[in-house]
Design a protein around this ligand. Sequence first.
Ligand SMILES: [Zn+2]
Length: 59
Amino acid sequence: MMMMRRDLMNILSCPHCQGELELKMATDNDEEIVDGTLLCVSCGRSYQIEDGIPNLLPH
Ligand SMILES: [Zn+2]
């Protein structure tokens, strides 16, 4: 299982436009993001993180 670690934010990009993703409304423990929303700063699409797993698949 791929957990959403904080340092993953540096390598993730928007699957739609390859834009930069910004983390919003996150619940985290020390190193892992448990729940939250990734917002693309370029196209405005948002992606959910649920149970530590970022859902970057297009809907
Ligand atoms: Zn985008």
